[in-house]
Design a binder for this molecule. Structure first.
Ligand code: AMP
Length: 426
């Protein structure tokens, strides 16, 4: 403990300024895509009462059973740091009366989520998600719009070679019979399943399909497919969804073993993966959750949504060496000599900032040459020099840091020089 108590907690990380452009880039593109498809922003608390996730996500899921940060607050209420967004957003939809607005309600959010699992590359205990939801709509075109939006976002960010996997896991009409069939099949082949699979078979046979252990693959690969066991309305929905994906030219692969980890999913499920996929590489996934609102005490309300992991998207952008716009550089750097020069530099820098131009200058009492070195290092476009000569002559010297060209102008001419149209009004 002694050596780690002043480090970020295990599984969390700092984003330092040099990495911030990735975050701004992903967040700005998310907002742009949300606007393009008319999704409104929602923000919900970092904490919820624990029941929202116990009921909403399902108390037999890995997330709820093993990974939640749950504690009693000082008032004795059990609260949980949100492990995901959907259950909380549906809670807010119900509580905020959004069910009586024109339907559907299309929402997005950027959030921090918490899951206490073993940290590894791409898996953190505190991580950030992009989340999109369409609540109050059963039309499979909603599922397709969400997938198309996610695909467009990732592509617009510059990610290449992604794969989209889709499946349908049915609803409460057809799923119980499918699960029973699946369980019968697994029981008939139990000797070829690992310990974990045998245990999970008794809790949720669907989850076995997620298992990656090589020794179980033969049995799992031959298991009955949910999509072959859909009731009429689920089949029609599934075919409708795939038809819209075809219409939008979104390439997908059917993965009959895709089930996803949270209990609330019904019908459509999907995941977007990099082509070189590892255990923790899914860049996002989603699905339909037609039963969730009811579980949270509302009327039966269809819904569909997806979440993508921002850390994983950024890791993938780096792996693929996708170009990301650099951080904005200050345009002007002031370099000065003497106290009077420093005061004048400060005054001018503040005027530029007030006029909407970025400016920087050194604190302390560094030599002029050092200050100009800083101007180069931070990538400023222009150095404004207020040296002893300039002060004596009531002038300032401008140095274009890209070309090295220099010129001297009267001391009151800076604003007009920088912004010929606006200089007079500042
Ligand atoms: P889920 O809510 O489990 O469907 O996750 C949606 C997406 O969030 C995943 O596809 C990942 O991109 C990301 N994600 C989930 N859990 C983690 C985690 N522990 N660390 C980083 N990213 C995660």
């Amino acid at each position: 403990m002694a050596t780690t108590q002043f480090q970020a907690p295990r599984g969390t990380q700092d984003v330092l300024p040099e990495d911030a452009p990735y975050w701004t880039y992903v967040e700005a593109e998310t907002r742009r895509q949300a606007h393009l498809a008319n999704y409104g922003e929602i923000r919900t608390p970092t904490l919820e009462y624990t029941a929202v996730f116990m009921k909403g996500v399902g108390d037999a899921t890995d997330v709820v059973e093993h990974e939640m940060y749950t504690f009693l607050d000082k008032g004795g209420d059990s609260v949980t740091l949100r492990p995901e967004a959907t259950a909380a957003i549906v809670r807010a939809y119900l509580q905020g009366g959004m069910s009586s607005r024109p339907q559907p309600v299309k929402l997005f959010t950027l959030l921090t989520a918490f899951r206490h699992a073993a940290p590894q590359r791409g898996r953190f205990r505190e991580f950030n998600q992009i989340d999109f939801e369409v609540i109050g709509e059963a039309d499979p075109m909603a599922d397709a719009e969400l997938v198309a939006l996610q695909w467009r976002l990732y592509t617009a960010l510059g990610l290449r070679d992604l794969s989209l996997e889709v499946n349908s896991i049915g609803d409460r009409v057809c799923r119980p019979a499918y699960i029973a069939k699946l369980a019968d099949y697994f029981r008939a082949n139990i000797s070829e399943l690992c310990e974990d699979c045998r245990r999970r078979l008794e809790i949720n046979p669907l989850r076995l399909l997620d298992e990656k252990k090589p020794e179980c693959q033969a049995v799992l690969n031959s298991a009955p497919h949910s999509a072959d066991n859909l009731c009429g309305p689920c089949l029609e929905h599934y075919q409708g969804w795939l038809g819209y994906l075809d219409a939008a030219h979104i390439p997908y692969t059917v993965n009959p073993r895709l089930v996803r980890g949270l209990d609330y999913y019904t019908r459509s499920v999907w995941e977007i993966l990099p082509r070189v996929a590892g255990a923790q590489s899914a860049l996002g996934g989603g699905g339909r959750y037609d039963g969730l609102a009811e579980v949270l005490g509302g009327r039966a309300t269809p819904g569909v949504g997806w979440a993508g992991g921002i850390e994983r998207i950024i890791l993938e952008l780096k792996d693929q060496q996708a170009p990301v716009p650099p951080a904005d550089r200050p345009c002007v750097y002031f370099a000065y000599q003497t106290d009077a020069g420093k005061r004048q530099a400060f005054q001018l820098a503040e005027r530029l900032r007030a006029a909407g131009m970025s400016a920087d200058l050194a604190f302390g009492d560094r030599k002029l040459g050092k200050q100009l070195g800083s101007a180069d290092r931070i990538g400023a476009q222009l150095a404004v020099i207020l040296g002893e000569d300039e002060l004596a002559n009531h002038t300032i010297t401008l140095k274009d840091l890209r070309t090295g060209e220099q010129k001297t102008i009267p001391e009151d001419g800076l604003l007009a020089e920088l912004r010929p149209d606006h200089g007079q009004t500042v």
